[in-house]
Design a protein around this ligand. Structure first.
Ligand code: URA
Ligand code: CA
Length: 422
């Protein structure tokens, strides 16, 4: 007990010195990050100190070396997966979006191009959706899959999407939850360390990052999103891995569907070629191209794959390997209880509040389950007449439809579309 107490006192003193140093604009060395994460994993540094340090880091900033040091310390807090695959293995990661069906779609496309994709995903966080929840909306599909089975599925099918295990970067899990409660998420250094540590620990050889930018994202403007994109690549390079980063707009939901089963259905329709939303396609094309290019292939492969049924068959093979079935995917349908949202005035759609729609979808899920959600019918820049349908609520009624209407801002003059992307 005495040893444990003295360790707490010593580590608390140590943490206080780090907080003061960062507060005053000093730097934190790699060994200090390592000592700190070790201590807070043993619960010898309390949440108050960790939160103060996160806030000091957010306000003062972390330079590249400090960010790399924190990333390394986070990785060392848990296991590093070795998939034991000789091929080049890719992963992709988004900084968190609304209606972001990209992962479900690009993973099987890239696998159909002949590149292995071992994707480790997170769950829904705040107003942003989680790829795992979307996949699990397909009856039977499992995502809690251990490293050996994960590697086996990637080897046999070419791709898998699994949950981050408890043993992968546990220090980030605790730090992230604390940042979520203390307003310290939008720090480029902290975000980069959080994202890159998880990707390196999950065994990827190459990573494509999708940095969201706009009202529905943590990075609200182009300049900070661009800086985060560059930082992600620099930090990943420091670990000897190949990477690329894309900045994509989040001033409106990315695809038309916002909801777990609704997005799984959107992915099914896209991959089977029955319905390809233009906005979704634009970003799918960019991300899938960057991924195959990282593996040394020509981006033309993506278009060739999309012309055939390879991606859809890959998607089904992955779903089957993870416990689902073709029939379960094909019979997936939205909640039959629906209400239409209507435009409140005439003009042009000037904005669609992605965060508000993400929150609405989350509430609908809490009450109506996975087949509830929202579909938006218009995009930013579209002309609109008062009373025209702007979207549909699944698993909700008139009140939720009014909330959806209010997420649309209509202006009398023509608005600029936000589809520009780097
Ligand atoms: N996504 C992450 O994984 N970590 C962050 O800090 C922000 C977004
Ligand atoms: Ca490898």
């Amino acid at each position: 007990v005495n040893d444990a107490n003295s360790a707490k006192v010593l580590n608390s003193e140590f943490a206080r010195r780090l907080i003061e140093r960062k507060r005053d604009g000093g730097r934190i060395e790699p060994e200090d990050w390592r000592t700190l994460t070790g201590a807070f994993m043993r619960l010898e540094v309390d949440d108050g100190q960790l939160a103060a340090l996160a806030m000091a880091a957010l306000l003062r900033g972390l330079d590249l070396e400090e960010t790399v040091g924190l990333t390394a310390a986070l990785i060392e807090s848990g296991d590093v997966i070795d998939l034991g695959l000789d091929d080049f293995v890719l992963d992709k990661h988004s900084s968190g979006g609304v209606g972001d069906t990209i992962s479900l779609v690009v993973v099987p496309i890239v696998a159909a191009c002949g590149v292995r994709v071992a994707k480790v995903s997170g769950r829904a966080l705040g107003h942003t959706g989680g790829t795992l929840d979307k996949l699990e909306a397909i009856p039977g599909v499992r995502t809690e899959i251990g490293p050996q089975e994960f590697a086996a599925i990637v080897r046999e099918v070419g791709c898998a999407i699994v949950a981050q295990s408890e043993r992968l970067v546990p220090a980030d899990k605790r730090l992230y939850a604390l940042r979520d409660r203390t307003g310290t998420i939008p720090s480029p250094g902290l975000i980069a360390a959080s994202m890159v540590s998880k990707k390196i620990a999950s065994g990827a050889d190459g990573i494509v990052y999708d940095v969201k930018c706009g009202n529905g994202a943590f990075m609200k403007d182009e300049a900070s999103a661009g800086a985060l994109a560059r930082l992600l690549v620099e930090v990943t390079t420091a670990f000897g891995k190949r990477s690329a980063a894309v900045v994509s707009p989040m001033n409106e939901p990315l695809g038309p569907a916002v909801g777990t089963a609704l997005e799984a259905i959107e992915a099914r329709e896209y991959l089977s070629g029955r319905r390809r939303d233009a906005r979704l396609h634009e970003l799918v094309d960019v991300i899938a191209s960057r991924m195959v290019e990282l593996a040394g292939l020509d981006r033309a492969r993506v278009h060739q794959a999309l012309a055939g049924n390879g991606p859809y068959e890959r998607f089904i093979a992955m779903i089957e390997a993870q416990g689902g079935s073709r029939a379960a995917l094909e019979s997936l349908t939205p909640d039959p209880v629906t209400a239409e949202a209507h435009a409140q005035s005439s003009g042009y759609v000037a904005g669609i509040d992605a965060e508000q729609i993400g929150e609405l979808a989350r509430e609908l899920h809490l009450r109506g389950g996975s087949t509830a959600g929202v579909r938006v019918a218009l995009r930013v820049g579209d002309p609109v007449e008062a009373g025209q349908p702007v979207g549909t609520v699944y698993g909700g009624g008139e009140e939720e439809a009014r909330t959806l209407s209010r997420a649309f801002t209509v202006s009398v003059s023509e608005a600029r579309s936000t589809s520009a992307m780097r």
